[in-house]
Ligand binder design. Structure first.
Ligand code: ATP
Ligand code: MG
Length: 502
């Protein structure tokens, strides 16, 4: 089927040039952001409509229009409609040759016809693949956005937007796609750090059999698996003397218990320090720090969950931290399990994984005091080195300004949903390549469920209408209206129950 004709390239003061061209439209189907094509001497030139302007000679002079409209309508008196024309200013993206996009070195020809892009070519040009992750529809085109797993997760992904823009919704859609993958296409293991319980719905419905949820209150870290160095990272406040002493004692305890084949917990370590021969002040402060660490009820004699439960191909593990109040405890959990995942992955003991971190700015903050930077080093390490080992990050944040620039700059694909804060926009523009001024403006006007994808996953930035989710929405992510209604319904039911009982 021939592609519809959209208009004719015009000669203007500014062009056509190798970078831009304009065409007067003959078809009102043309929309901002749409991909178009026109034949040139060098081949098929692909363009994207940047802006559309509408003009009419009859309405050019404000004073004449105002004067005329006082007595009668211009539209009724003149053939105004015959003089209306619409111009689409278009960016020349390149020539599509041998299934590749190459830079155009010759402008579009004035007078040449502009057509809708061929759908198959558009798919190829944008890098969509049949077995890719289907996250929605390309805006202005009837094309499913199917992103190749390699391009999306070989490096890392950042999803940035203001609160309520649809980050967790889109993240859920991406998780569904990862879980639905067939083994022959290669499946990742997915681990989610769920701070608000937004992914608990996966435990119901179609994905229940592939999902494990681990209640944050039950999560445990086996102390005997924590190296002295790691314990010092968990206690960043320790000075060098305290570090030396605790490392020595832990080293002895570890070696001894390893020989005996028994685990040890925090009380064992504390008792050992109390018996040790060391400076009294050092001893009491070490005991103090360990007692404080013990108040989090995190350290025990074994890990929960164990790695085999946490990381399996084609499965989702949700670390549900929604019932934990302490930010430090959340950081300790993320630091420990992220380290373990990365280390085991490096040894090839677990499958390639994607670690999704919600509220990433709270786990990997650009500027934070030492006690709140416990999980930052490992997230930055995975960001820097993960791609060599099949360890990918999905960083989700509504405060990109606060997110570590080291981590953010390693995210080769960025998905933006609506952002309106000018500081965030500025930060995004500075830290992400490929975002021009018009895109910055577009980010502010995106609606809920609309996303801009920039970076390695696509060969050109695209706008996407996110598809409907298949997974069940978590009750913890319900709207205020629903929560209020549910509360009242519960109250009525309670009253009815009491009355029935009496
Ligand atoms: N693509 C979409 N289609 C339909 N509804 C959507 C879509 N995206 C988001 N929503 C709805 O918008 C609301 C907010 O979405 P979501 O919870 O994903 O936002 P968020 O960016 O994660 O917010 P927060 O930063 O507060 O966690 C939800 O009720 C969700 O169901
Ligand atoms: Mg969310």
């Amino acid at each position: 089927m021939a592609n519809s004709e959209l208009g004719t390239v015009i000669s203007t003061f500014e062009g056509p040039t190798t970078a831009n061209f304009a065409f007067v439209i003959s078809n009102t189907k043309v929309r901002k952001g749409q991909f178009v094509q026109t034949q040139t001497e060098d081949g098929l030139l692909i363009g994207m409509v940047l802006e559309i302007t509408r003009a009419n000679r009859y309405f050019e002079r404000a004073e004449s229009v105002a004067e005329y409209e006082k007595n009668s309508s211009m539209v009724a008196s003149f053939p105004t409609q015959d003089w209306e024309y619409v111009i689409a200013n278009t960016k020349a993206l390149g020539l599509f040759k041998d299934r590749n996009l190459i830079r155009s070195t010759f402008p579009a020809a004035p007078g040449a016809k502009v057509h809708e892009t061929d759908i198959d070519m558009l798919r190829e040009f944008l890098g969509f693949v049949e077995n890719g992750l289907n996250i929605g529809k390309l805006q202005n085109h009837d094309v499913e956005v199917k992103l190749p797993l390699n391009n999306l997760f070989q490096k890392h992904l950042a999803m940035l937007a203001m609160s309520g823009a649809g980050k967790s919704y889109l993240a859920s859609v991406i998780l569904e796609e990862l879980l639905d993958r067939k083994p022959e296409y290669g499946r990742l293991s997915v681990v989610v750090v769920d701070v608000h319980g937004e992914y608990l719905g996966f435990k119901q419905g179609a994905y229940a059999d592939r999902t494990s949820v681990f209640d944050g209150r039950k999560i445990r870290v086996g102390l005997h698996k924590v190296s002295p160095q790691m314990l010092c990272e968990f206690l960043p406040e320790l000075n060098s003397v305290q570090r030396r002493e605790i490392s020595k004692i832990m080293g002895e305890l570890r070696a001894e218990r390893k020989e005996m084949g028994t685990a040890y917990g925090m009380p064992d370590l504390i008792a050992r320090i109390e018996q040790a021969d060391m400076n009294k002040a050092v001893k009491s402060s070490l005991v103090g720090w360990l007692l404080e660490l013990d108040t989090y009820k995190l350290f025990g004699k074994g890990d929960y969950p164990i790695m085999d439960e946490l990381c399996r191909p084609g499965r989702l593990s949700v670390l549900d931290l929604s019932d934990l109040d302490s930010q430090k405890k959340k950081q300790l959990i993320v630091a420990y399990f992220a380290k373990k995942l990365f280390r085991q992955r490096k040894k090839g003991k677990i499958p390639p994984f994607a670690l999704l971190v919600e509220e990433a700015h709270n786990f990997c903050r650009e500027k934070a005091k030492a006690s709140m930077s416990i999980s930052k080093p490992i997230i930055e390490t995975i960001a820097r080195e993960g791609r060599k080992f099949g360890a990918s990050l999905i960083l989700v944040s509504q405060r990109p300004v606060q997110l570590s620039t080291t981590a953010l700059s390693q995210c080769n694909t960025n998905i933006f949903l609506r952002v309106t804060n000018p500081y965030d926009i500025k930060h995004i523009a500075e830290s992400c390549e490929g975002i021009d001024f018009s895109m910055q403006n577009s980010i502010t006007s995106l609606r809920v469920g609309e996303a801009l994808i920039v970076g390695e996953a696509v060969s050109h930035p695209i706008f996407v209408k996110v598809r409907k989710r298949k997974s069940v929405k978590s009750s913890k992510g319900e709207s205020l209206e629903t929560l209020a209604k549910k509360f009242e319904e519960m109250e009525v039911k309670k009253k009815e129950d009491v009355e029935a009982f009496i």
